[in-house]
Design a protein around this ligand. Structure first.
Ligand SMILES: Nc1nc2c(ncn2[C@@H]2O[C@H](COP(=O)(O)OP(=O)(O)OP(=O)(O)O)[C@@H](O)[C@H]2O)c(=O)[nH]1
Length: 372
């Protein structure tokens, strides 16, 4: 993955976190509505209701700024889910203190459970459980505060049952959350493997034709954008010479081993930023970004030399392995199939000219009345 791809996916993750913050805002709005409903019902004085609404707004603005500025990256959980849930507890516990009806108080435990369930999608099992225990501990602290400030508002027998029920809910949610986390990481690993399988050639471990075409297409977009600075992009179509003969004389397994070992050797011969993949059979496509035709021809020569020098134990020492290569430069705006076709024609010339060589498709040389 290039640095640009990394940046792109990082921005994507941050955007996703911001979008998830909207859920938090939604839940705050919902709780604020309940708080004001309790006020209208005469179960809560107006001052705590207003303080609750203000602190909700403040918290959400704070979290928004933290994600927007990238400060969230300094946290163990950059999505800040656990922190958001725990911070949302403070105004809730504060407002609960002033609610005169015990039954109305438990509504907040219900909302807190909802937020915990929400945490199941991004928190690990332990973190979910910790959030749950924090909620329960806050509730207990509230009851103790009430015991001191307004003991007539609590019935400890009922509260013990409530807390026991809530502890069971915490256990259940964290258990299910753990299962969900496992499922998610298994799915992620399987997706990665599927992606790998869909883009790699199983024999040579090089990118397959599909991946090659995608990368080539992307490279042409970049070359088209940079056209003003004359950034070139060249390709080479490489074919092992007389490969059928290797199969026929030494067997298909030896043919496979040659493909495998030569692929690795070719990959090592190229620069880090170059790209090589198996185009099909014994044919390979090489993508050479920021490379003009002359330099591409020189790279082709290096690949030819590397093939001649390749030590493949499965072949007799006397066997001289060689490749033929057709290189060409991508012309801004053209279809990749047209570039490949030109490289293929150059490759055909290389084969016809005696193999074990590089032929560059010269832009100006007409062939059968066509410009190649
Ligand atoms: N062992 C092995 N052989 C393969 C594989 N894919 C294609 N081939 C063989 O590669 C050979 C290609 O033969 P041809 O197209 O005649 O080309 P060539 O013998 O290399 O001759 P030139 O290209 O003209 O030099 C065929 O015999 C295919 O069966 C593979 O994965 N493993």
């Amino acid at each position: 993955m290039t640095r640009k791809d990394n940046n792109h996916s990082h921005q994507h993750v941050q955007l996703f976190r911001l979008r998830r913050l909207q859920w938090g805002v939604g839940s705050h709005l919902c709780t604020t509505t309940i708080v004001f409903a309790l006020y209208l019902l005469g179960l809560l004085p107006v001052a705590p209701a207003i303080i609750f609404a203000c602190s909700s707004v403040l918290l959400n603005v704070l979290f928004y700024l933290m994600i927007r500025s990238g400060f969230n990256e300094h946290f163990n959980d950059p999505s800040l889910t656990g922190l958001q849930i725990v911070c949302a507890l403070l105004p809730a516990v504060f407002v609960m203190y002033f609610i005169t009806n015990a039954q109305a108080r438990t509504v907040f435990l219900l909302i807190a459970t909802g937020t915990m369930v929400f945490g199941m999608f991004s928190l690990r099992r332990r973190a979910i459980r910790n959030v749950g225990w924090t909620i329960l501990a806050s509730y207990l602290a509230l009851l103790l505060a009430l015991q001191v400030g307004a003991p007539e508002r609590i019935d400890w027998r009922v509260e013990v049952v409530v807390m026991f029920a809530y502890a069971s809910v915490i256990y259940l949610v964290s258990y299910l959350g753990g299962k969900l986390v496992n499922m998610r990481s298994r799915l992620k690993a399987q997706n990665k493997q599927l992606e790998r399988m869909a883009s790699l050639d199983p024999l040579t471990d090089l990118p397959n034709r599909r991946a090659l075409m995608q990368t080539f297409q992307r490279a042409t977009h970049q070359a088209d954008r940079r056209d003003k600075d004359h950034e070139s992009l060249s390709i080479g179509l490489l074919d092992i010479d007389n490969f059928k003969q290797i199969n026929d004389s030494f067997g298909h397994d030896i043919g496979d081993a040659v493909l495998k070992k030569l692929s690795a050797k070719l990959r090592r011969t190229l620069r880090q930023e170059d790209f090589i993949g198996r185009f099909g059979g014994e044919e390979f496509l090489v993508l050479l970004p920021e490379t003009a035709l002359e330099a591409a021809e020189a790279t082709g020569q290096r690949l030819c030399e590397a093939t001649r020098q390749a030590v493949i134990e499965e072949l007799p020492v006397s066997y001289s392995l060689s490749v033929s290569i057709g290189v060409t430069e991508y012309r801004p705006g053209e279809k990749i199939e047209a570039t490949i076709k030109r490289a293929d024609r150059a490759l055909y010339e290389a084969k016809a000219g005696g193999r074990n060589r590089v032929i560059a498709a010269n832009h100006l040389l007409p062939e059968s009345g066509q410009v190649v």
